[in-house]
Ligand binder design. Structure first.
Ligand SMILES: *Cc1c(COP(=O)(O)O)cnc(C)c1O
Length: 385
């Protein structure tokens, strides 16, 4: 499947850089919209934090998704990309005043509120502007996701959200605030989730909470179940598009929406991960006594997931057809964690070979840093390369 890479075009650019397959991105978006629209009231937002490359954002906006932001900078990026204000949601445990004001000035769809002190500040800032802020409470559903410990967010021990036992108290507090309108409940249990049972557990929890609300005659406009759908990092060619059908069907079957309620999703990784690759060049092959190192010009400053989460990314040598050999593929940064993969089989590598680190469209380019005074990687799409 190396044919999906336009090798000659890739050769012309200074490495390392990100390469986004726009056709795959569009196909993924079509699948999302087709599967979600089978169910009444389903609205899909894209979690900007996964990838905020302006070209990528524009394609996602054109497909009709809303934007899920976790900072003022992301609100600015989504407005710049043309996402309509009434499709922007804003979450985050630590919203500063200027970020809240930015959301208020742009009349965003909803603030996902994570504490009472935050609610009080939003109320004050909204009052100063003579506005009413639409808020949803982010509740911690105490539902575990079977994924890496650093990317679970829905357990009582995580910093996110409000304890679900406080749901009625916070709604009551909010109802006393003149410049707050409570419109929904928000949840997000983690990332890279492949077991639909985890989402089912969240549905069951939401149903229990909605029953409790009903007993108090409270009905909210919307429920937001966050994102978290995972992708197949092992097989980017065989499974380029995640199983959105199973994902949306799970929610349609298990989550009981009340009359007129809408169900919102905030997908990040599942939208953009598979369309992106980090393209890097082999600098040196170093033959050690125990193993061979393929030293490339990309490092964890360009893609930090392997160092940060011990994440697996499939690695391919795009320039060689020679028999496979095992290498540790490593970057040039002065840290022992600057390793993309250990003892991975790729076609025999030589200085100058182009290497693709696959499934890097999510939490790749956006997490790049300048450590070691390195340049930030560029991002090219298949249309503008
Ligand atoms: C990170 C995040 C998402 C997106 O998560 P993915 O695993 O990339 O789908 C959605 N909602 C919130 C609140 C988040 O913090």
């Amino acid at each position: 499947m190396k044919g999906i890479f336009p090798l000659q075009k890739l050769e012309q650019h200074r490495t390392p850089f990100y390469y986004y397959d726009v056709e795959l991105l569009r196909e993924t978006l079509r699948t999302i919209q087709a599967e979600a629209s089978k169910h009444e009231g389903f609205c899909v937002h894209y979690a900007i934090k996964a990838n905020a490359n302006p070209k990528v954002l524009k394609i996602i906006r054109e497909a009709g998704l809303g934007a899920d932001c976790v900072s003022g900078g992301e609100i600015e990026a989504s407005i710049r990309a043309g996402f309509p204000n009434q499709k922007i949601v804003y979450a985050g445990v630590g919203k500063s005043d200027w970020e809240i004001n930015l959301g208020l000035d742009n009349d965003i769809f909803c603030f996902n509120v994570e504490s009472i002190p935050e609610l009080e500040v939003i109320n004050e800032l909204a009052a100063a502007k003579g506005k009413q802020a639409r808020v949803a409470f982010r509740l911690n559903p105490n539902v575990g996701a079977h994924t890496h410990a650093n990317i679970t967010t829905g357990l009582a021990e995580n910093k996110f959200g409000i304890d679900m036992r406080d749901m009625l108290t916070v709604i009551e507090e909010a109802s006393k605030m003149a410049n707050i309108k409570v419109v929904g409940l928000h949840f997000h249990i983690g990332s890279q989730i492949l077991d639909m049972g985890d989402f089912e557990a969240l549905c069951n929890r939401v149903n229990e909470l909605q029953n409790e609300l009903e007993r108090h005659r409270i009905c909210l406009e919307h429920i937001n179940v966050g994102g978290g759908l995972g992708i197949d990092y092992q097989h980017p060619n065989r499974v380029p598009i995640p199983d959105f059908k199973a994902y949306f069907d799970t929610y349609a079957k298990k989550l009981k929406l009340r009359n007129g309620q809408t169900l919102h999703f905030e997908l990040g990784r599942a939208v953009v991960a598979q369309c992106g690759s980090l393209i890097t060049r082999t600098l040196y092959i170093k033959n050690g006594y125990v193993k061979k190192f393929c030293i490339v010009d990309a490092g964890f400053t360009d893609l930090i997931r392997p160092a940060l989460y011990q994440a697996y990314h499939k690695i391919e040598n795009l320039s060689s057809e020679e028999p496979m050999e095992a290498y540790d593929v490593v970057g040039p940064i002065c840290e022992s964690t600057d390793v993309f993969a250990k003892q991975v089989d790729i076609h025999k590598a030589h200085r100058g070979d182009l290497i693709a680190i696959r499934s890097a469209g999510a939490y790749g380019e956006i997490m790049a840093s300048q450590y070691n005074c390195r340049r930030l990687p560029e991002g090219f799409t298949s249309e503008d390369i």
